[in-house]
Design a protein around this ligand. Structure first.
Ligand code: AMP
Length: 483
């Protein structure tokens, strides 16, 4: 059985990380390790295998990237041709790109450091070239990784550290056989770090086979906060949302309501629509001047403005008690944002209400949210137009199982589709996927990206610290710092 390790470190200095890494952390203005970092970093530095239960947004990437970079920096060794010293397996191109960017960011003062990506959807030749001289860190999706091995562009017998990230999503996407194949090619003598948001039996079994006496690290599931909020979904058409919001503001007993839109433009449109309906509202977003923002916030705090419309980024700085309602006028395409948003209500032991408007293009987002919070959200159907059959009563657990079985049978198709697959959060439902919402089958979700955050403010949600990841422009091939 894995051991559970507890550490309570409050500063990065206490880990004894190499100077180039602490300098990069200072550049990034990271002051305090998140709970998953406090638990994981010393354990990885000690050389032990780790099995971690943690979601994206908890600082998980730095939790493994920092001690790995320390290892690469301290145990200097020129990578052999076509080999990598560290292999990170991740389920999607999107996530792989983000992980690669994190390694480059935290390793920017380590020289030499070559970080390469091996992901589908981009020409393989550039990846072959970038691996020719060997790299310190390779971040890969399993399909492309195996293709590179098959083409003899990559050998895996020099891997010192293996990271398997988002293992449960790997399983969902039918990558389990590929992972087993990859692991069989790795040296037995290695350190393995295994992360998953959930630990169903199949994942625990896989971990048991891959890890050697692992330390167990985890951050508590965030459902404690989520459960305190009375959550509802209203299924509606996009065009009906303004009237629906106006009606709700007139009929519900609301002290203070924060309405989230996906874009700044959307926020202004909602304000205008409410004004037409005779309701006062103010918007707060990045296009407003600092003075305007402060005035609006002061009015909201003082109760002079009851309805505040905000984008995710603008809402970061808002710390207002007594928000009785959160309305998701648009559903976020990143499920963690939903948890952030609804955490604005039900503060300090109070209860709160979160109402989400879901049009048919947003159905896949709703499915992802329900999966993350592991509970179905009760819904009311206010759609007026023609629509598919009744929304099935969804059950987080069953849904998860259906999804896995459905996807597992389509492994080859999945691999072929990898080129088209972005982050599943914003992507079209996969073939064979059982949607939690009937409209999901015909949805074409807007691939809207969150605005670029201007600051890094962690939010505490039920004991879990979620941090927003800035959206960086992504490079696909390896970037090599000068040797
Ligand atoms: P992750 O869970 O790895 O997706 O990280 C989420 C975001 O948190 C990323 O944008 C990181 O840059 C940021 N982050 C990670 N660790 C810290 C920290 N200790 N302090 C501030 N921000 C952090």
């Amino acid at each position: 059985m894995p051991h559970t390790e507890r550490f309570s470190l409050t500063s990065f200095d206490e880990f004894g990380l190499a100077e180039p890494i602490t300098r990069a952390l200072a550049d990034e203005k990271y002051l305090t390790p998140t709970p998953i970092q406090a638990q994981t970093i010393p354990t990885v530095l000690s050389g032990r295998d780790v099995v971690g239960i943690a979601q994206t947004g908890t600082g998980k990437t730095a939790a493994f990237a920092l001690p790995i970079l320390h290892h690469v920096n301290v145990k200097r060794k020129r990578p052999e041709r076509k080999a990598c010293r560290v292999l990170v397996l991740s389920p999607t191109r999107e996530l792989s790109g983000q992980i690669g960017d994190s390694f480059r960011t935290y390793g920017r003062h380590i020289r030499p450091l070559a970080v390469a990506l091996a992901i589908g959807g981009v020409p393989i030749n550039r990846q072959v070239r970038s691996l020719a001289h060997g790299v310190e860190v390779l971040v890969a999706t399993p399909g492309r990784l195996l293709d590179l091995v098959q083409q003899r562009a990559l050998r895996l017998d020099q891997v010192e550290i293996l990271v398997l990230d988002e293992a449960d999503r790997m399983l969902d996407m039918g990558f389990i056989h590929d992972i087993r194949k990859v692991v069989a090619m790795l040296p037995k003598q290695r350190q393995t770090l295994f992360f998953s948001a959930t630990m169903p039996q199949e994942i625990a079994q896989l971990a048991g086979q891959m890890l050697n006496d692992p330390a167990k690290v985890s951050v508590a599931p965030q459902s404690t906060t989520v459960e305190k909020v009375d959550q509802r979904v209203i299924l509606t058409e996009r065009a009906s949302k303004p009237a629906l919001l106006a009606e709700m503001l007139k009929t519900e007993t609301i002290d203070r309501v924060l309405v989230f839109t996906r874009t700044k433009h959307g926020a202004d449109k909602v304000v205008r629509a409410l004004e037409k309906a005779g309701l006062r509202a103010e918007a707060i977003h990045g296009n407003k001047s600092q003075n305007q923002r402060e005035r609006v916030l002061a009015d909201f705090r003082a109760g002079r403005v009851r309805t505040l419309i905000a984008t995710d980024i603008a809402a970061r700085g808002i710390d207002v008690d007594g928000i009785s309602h959160v309305v998701n006028y648009d559903l976020p395409n990143i499920p963690e944002s939903y948890v952030h948003r609804i955490g604005r209500t039900a503060r300090a032991g109070a209860t709160g209400v979160a109402i989400s408007f879901c049009d048919h293009e947003e159905a896949p987002f709703l499915r992802d949210i329900e999966r993350l919070i592991r509970m179905p959200i009760p819904s009311t159907d206010k759609r007026t137009g023609p629509r598919p059959a009744q929304r099935p009563a969804s059950n987080g657990g069953d849904h998860h199982r259906n999804t896995r079985n459905g996807r597992g049978n389509h492994q080859q198709a999945q691999r072929g589709n990898q080129a088209n697959r972005g982050n599943h959060r914003g992507s079209r439902p996969q073939a064979g996927h059982q949607p939690s919402h009937p409209a999901a089958t015909q949805a074409s979700p807007r691939a809207a990206r969150p605005e670029r955050p201007t600051e890094q403010k962690p939010g505490e949600l039920g004991g879990v610290t979620f941090l927003q990841r800035p959206v960086e422009p992504r490079r696909n091939a390896a970037t090599r710092a000068p040797r």
